[in-house]
Design a protein around this ligand. Structure first.
Ligand SMILES: Nc1nc2c(ncn2[C@@H]2O[C@H](COP(=O)(O)OP(=O)(O)OP(=O)(O)O)[C@@H](O)[C@H]2O)c(=O)[nH]1
Length: 293
């Protein structure tokens, strides 16, 4: 039997697809399940309208057909975005951004290990220089992932200069991947965005930035997207990392967040362990979402 995931629709849909036929109760239960899973009211309505018309077109009243169509609809919508990480440059520089507490540092540790598992050499840069704890935490993760780290030389060093030194180290020593941690909070949003713009500009004196990954916490769902609005508007984000999916009942958030932001999900975090990060595959995700329904 498939392993039950907290974000799976299985418990919400339990029994629905083993009933004898599709009836009004089926549609009501399906609507409740999609709303509970944080698909949001608009996407829920669109999916239901689409499924109703498909059921009518095929002339079926078999709930198993409905389950298959639901999975295909979700997969088709998820697949409208390209989840591929664009890391062919050498070095390939990834900036990781997002508000504090969403799992940014943990994600960088997991991502460093993810890249090491593909036999890539990696250096991480601790450009969140005003929080000593952030540097220490990143150091611990770098050790666990068995990758190098460039730390600030002193407290509060210009984050852009740490980012620059990290890329410089990679170029000098032939390291393939650079992953840079950034601050999640400053006195003002404008200050934070200026800092990120500066980091970007300074790195690009050496080499283009390959990816800017915005980390979002699945347990905060759509509210988390609102908190990250400034990053989406100003930070040149190229992809999303969704963390804490393991503790979330909001599997639908994954679809809603791509459609709402227009940004592809490139990685998902499913636990606190170093190996709990995977690439995002729409087919697999849609299957898992409905695995035990
Ligand atoms: N269950 C679960 N917990 C996670 C995941 N990713 C991160 N966490 C936890 O979330 C908490 C915050 O993670 P951090 O990496 O410290 O988050 P941050 O965004 O760097 O936050 P600051 O260090 O405060 O800036 C930690 O307790 C992590 O163990 C995940 O995918 N699943």
């Amino acid at each position: 039997m498939a392993e039950r995931r907290s974000w799976s629709l299985g418990s919400a849909l339990r029994g629905m697809f083993t009933r004898e036929r599709i009836d009004e109760q089926t549609w009501e239960d399906l609507e409740d399940a999609l709303i509970t899973a944080d698909f949001g009211p608009d996407i829920t309505d669109e999916i239901l309208d689409h499924l109703r018309s498909e059921v009518a077109r095929l002339g079926t009243d078999d709930p198993r057909d409905l389950k298959r169509m639901l999975r295909e609809t979700i997969e088709d919508r998820l697949a409208k975005f390209d989840p591929t990480l664009k890391l062919s440059a050498r070095p390939a520089v990834t900036l990781v951004v997002g508000v504090n507490g969403v799992g940014k540092t943990t994600t960088i540790g997991k991502f460093a290990r993810f890249l090491r598992n593909f036999n890539r050499t990696v250096v991480v840069g601790a450009a969140d220089t005003f929080r000593a704890a952030a540097v220490e935490q990143l150091d611990t993760w770098a050790m666990r992932a068995d990758v190098r780290i460039v730390r600030p030389q002193h407290f509060g060093q210009d984050p852009a200069s740490v980012a620059y030194q990290t890329v410089e180290t990679a170029m000098r020593d032939g390291i393939e991947m650079v992953v840079i941690d950034t601050a999640g909070r400053l006195q003002t949003k404008a200050g934070l965005m200026d800092e990120l713009t500066k980091i970007h500009r300074v790195i690009e004196k050496l080499t283009p930035v390959a990816e800017v990954l915005l980390v979002l916490d699945a347990t905060t769902g759509q509210n988390g997207v609102m908190q990250a609005e400034a990053f989406i508007e100003h930070a040149g984000v190229t992809g999303l990392v969704i963390t804490k999916l393991d503790g979330s009942a909001k599997g639908g958030f994954v679809l809603a967040v791509q459609e709402r932001t227009g940004l592809p999900i490139k990685l998902i975090g499913t636990g606190e362990g170093i190996n709990d990060l995977t690439g995002f595959t729409p087919h697999v995700f849609a299957e898992q979402l409905l695995a035990d329904a």
